[in-house]
Design a protein around this ligand. Structure first.
Ligand SMILES: Nc1ncnc2c1ncn2[C@@H]1O[C@H](COP(=O)(O)OP(=O)(O)OP(=O)(O)O)[C@@H](O)[C@H]1O
Length: 253
């Protein structure tokens, strides 16, 4: 669980986050949605410790980040898995080396132990036998699954995903969404996922935070988002054809 209280962040006089209060729940896929420039990435970077908030607290399973010692900050970094936009695999490394990277960085495991863990996660993302391949030799969807395997190889408590579906066809995007959700449930991870993809909201929006101009304008679940009459939310979500179609179909039922 990640609890955010009264979070503020500005850049040179431009207030980007304006007093956000929100709790990201453990064992759930927590989505952040909102227009371009609403502050989603800045919010994520504050939780990753890449930006220091101007005001407010972020607590990881009950412990505020501001009270962490240097050692505790290092420990927290080990507990975070990150799935970057575009996958961001190292092109010059094999699939196995890519996935092993966090293990080498954060653990003192023997090579055989690391290889066995890599095989385990490769199997979990249905990519057994691809360890020796280079990223350029596999499809975009497979690269995403390698990136997911790398993000979970260290058994993270917290998983941050920045638009994990960008650049994927709808079917592959759904496979990736479902995989992230399954891993979240199986391992009781607090997953925070930024998305522009309304299909993802429908598929895995167990908890949704809607940001507007740096303010938390609405929160709820994928079922609630169809029922809300809050115009700030409806203006945003019904600009998506997919949402309109689903709502029209529901109204006909
Ligand atoms: N390092 C930075 N320095 C100055 N301003 C920044 C910095 N990072 C973000 N901003 C500003 O903060 C605002 C919010 O940006 P942010 O990237 O969080 O939006 P976003 O909701 O993630 O948008 P998108 O959906 O397009 O990725 C923007 O006006 C942006 O210019």
């Amino acid at each position: 669980m990640i609890e955010v209280k009264n979070l503020y962040k500005s850049f040179g006089g431009q207030e980007v986050l304006k007093g956000i209060d929100y709790t990201f729940e453990r064992g759930k896929t927590n989505l952040i949605i909102g227009q371009s420039g609403s502050g989603k990435s800045v919010f994520l970077k504050c939780m990753l410790g890449l930006f220091k908030p101007d005001k407010g607290t972020i607590a990881y399973d009950g412990k505020p980040y501001s009270s962490f010692s240097d050692e505790e900050q290092r420990e927290l970094r080990k507990e975070i898995g990150m799935l970057f936009q575009g996958g961001a695999l190292f092109d010059s490394m094999t699939v196995e080396e890519n996935i092993m990277f966090p293990l080498k960085m954060f653990t003192k495991q023997r090579k055989s132990e690391m290889q066995s863990r890599v095989r385990e996660v490769l199997e979990r993302v249905n990519l057994e036998g691809t360890g020796d391949k280079m990223p350029s030799e596999i499809s975009g969807g497979m690269q995403k699954r390698v990136a997911i395997a790398r993000a979970i190889v260290n058994k993270p408590k917290y998983l941050f995903c920045d638009e994990p579906n960008s650049g994927l066809d709808p079917k592959t995007a759904t496979v990736i969404d479902n995989l992230i959700q399954e891993l979240t449930h199986e391992n009781d991870i607090t997953t925070v996922l930024i998305t522009h993809d309304m299909n993802s909201v429908l598929e895995i929006g167990e908890r949704i935070a809607f940001l507007k101009d740096g303010v938390l304008a609405w929160k709820g679940t994928k079922d609630e988002i169809f029922k809300t009459t809050d115009e700030t939310v409806t203006d945003f979500v019904y600009s998506s054809d997919l949402f309109q179609k689903v709502r029209d179909a529901q109204q006909k039922e």
